[in-house]
Design a protein around this ligand. Sequence first.
Ligand SMILES: [Fe+2]
Length: 572
Amino acid sequence: MYVLGVWDGHDSGAALIEDNKILFAANEERYTKRKLEIQFPYNAINAALSYAGIKPADIHDIAFSTTEFAKTVSRVFPFQMEKYYKLRRRKLSNSGFEGLMYRTRGFQYRLKYAENLVGVLPLGNMLSKAVVARHLRHLGFRNFKLHVVNHHAAHAASAAFASGFKKALVVTVDGYGDGLCSTISLLNKGKLERKHEIKARDSVGILYEQVTNLVGMRELEDEGKVMAMADYSFPFAFEKNKLKDFIAVNGIDMSAKYGPVAQYGKLEAISWSTPREQLAYFAQQLLENTLTKYIGNAIERFGIHDIAFAGGVFSNVKANMEVRNMKSVRNWFVFPHMGDGGIALGSAMYANYALNGVSSYDFKNVYFGNSYSDNEIKTVLKTEKHIEFERDSNKGSHAADLIASDNYVFWFQDRMEYGPRALGNRSIIAKADSEHVKDRLNLYVKQREWYQPFAPSVLKEDARKLFDSVKGYDSFMTMAYKVKEDKASEMKSVMHVDMTARPHIVSDQNSGYRDVLERIRKKQGYGIVLNTSFNIHGMPIVLSPEDAINTMKATRTKYMFLGNFYVENKNA
Ligand SMILES: [Fe+2]
């Protein structure tokens, strides 16, 4: 039994499940090369079918999510969605009518947030279904049933059914979706039951988005930068936080003092007289306080200490750390593709649960994307003039040698990761203790903001030696940890200014990548490297060997491990 999941919003994508196995999942941006693509995921759906070796006629159940008023309007009038995408990503020219709208973005945002308060209307369901079915028929799907999954049900299903927990509290928190910004559900004996929900109006996620916009960044994309920037502010006690009254937590209720439209105005006024690091600090501190209180109260109310999370707000690894460090939390799981990019898989999981009762998946890794055979890779390599390559049966040790002598290397193998993080299959790796190589990597390839830290991959057996309070292990880079004080020098290039890091803890999910770490360990004492996603600044993570080679050429990078080949750029 196949279930196809489709998400046609921000960071669109597709996922394919067969019985209780996740066969494939990927986001459209990797194919169209537009970061956080919003167009219908034609390419991702085709890639899923091709991976499984099936035809549209083999699929009878298709799930999609979110039929709120604003989303329905964008489905029916896709040019609106395209315009907002370009406006948000600062791709619109600053002239004419569009320029005027850009300059009066306060108005735009007020309109956008007002729209989203409408929530789901019965007509929205019908219209959304009609538009999505039309796209699917265009792809060749015929006798299928289309299942509408509630936005937060999709988030909750992804967290609950991937967590491995038998019984857990499942919490979703995001900007908004289908008129809600948060839900609390219980997972028990294969049943997922929603116990509580909070209206979009009271969203702490929207507040964080608005602050992101007001410090001059792109909402729905640069929230991680706001989080990183916050640590460059003078620290304030919460009583002095100018936003402290904006969100209140009462038991398991959250409420915003102002509606999002008025709130944007209030925040804008504060932003005029507040340095941006400080505004970022206020937003981050408010988020941490709100989440710990809200989740702490939920744990107390339901008496369940294992918690699973999804929703874009849980991409905030510092807030996640505060939640993890609460005494009442026993085990935790953050769904690795926590934002709306994970809705395709979440929708498929929810539909598979509702239709077939499947409520648990083997979820040891997220290598759900495309892969390429050595023959395919070789065919591409052969067409390149200034690139030399050879088969490398010892690539782990070879990569470790290059890394130890202060080079960064491109590392491409097996199936692409699902989600925002590179986890050793589409990664750029370098020494974890060299600021010199970090600066070079930043200059030539990544061009990150000066305050944005890189993150490490670390062997599971070394994680406890390098970080405080490692509870269980986190294979998906969803959590920040305090670096042990005497180990800071081992991690100069992968640590944030507040001495935290967001490690990818490597157990036995990836033998090729693990091999590199083990060899680094032999050379340097700890199995740790800098691991950043394999992409040029502003581009999605690479999908194919062609993308990898193009990135190598564009950045004049010398060393790459591509499948089982060692590749060297003669124009480096
Ligand atoms: Fe969401």
